[in-house]
Design a protein around this ligand. Sequence first.
Ligand code: CMP
Length: 136
Amino acid sequence: MSNVEKTLSIIKPDAVERNLDDQIKEMYINNGFKIVQEKKIQIEKLEAEKFYKVHETKPFYNELCNYLSSGPIIVMILEKVNAVLANRELMGSTNPKEAREGTIRKKFGISIDKNSVHGSDSPENAKIEIDFFFND
Ligand code: CMP
């Protein structure tokens, strides 16, 4: 039985600022993802803190939340068979320097902070993260 899933992807401020959104969406589409919903938004720091709450004890939490709220982002619901894992593979390692050739972060990421995209790390978190941005 095929396991069609949804996952959340965020095109982060560094990529939106460099007008890379169309190229990133094209990579998703070429890799068999359907973009079910998308919107361009800018969030407040407080919302970024809620979104990244799992990281609240990490030393990089404050910077991370400042960064995600620093400019426009594009949030997308992506759909594909095993979308969560497939998206993590297409994004590549968190640190662009360690990301495989052909991945989004290898191609566009600047640093571990400015790594161009976020993707849900599990089907459970995908539901929570989709609900966070698309709850109406
Ligand atoms: P993301 O997948 O959006 O999830 C949390 C983010 O924290 C991560 O991408 C990175 O951009 C950022 N981050 C900054 N420093 C670190 C670090 N040392 N380890 C992991 N993530 C980090």
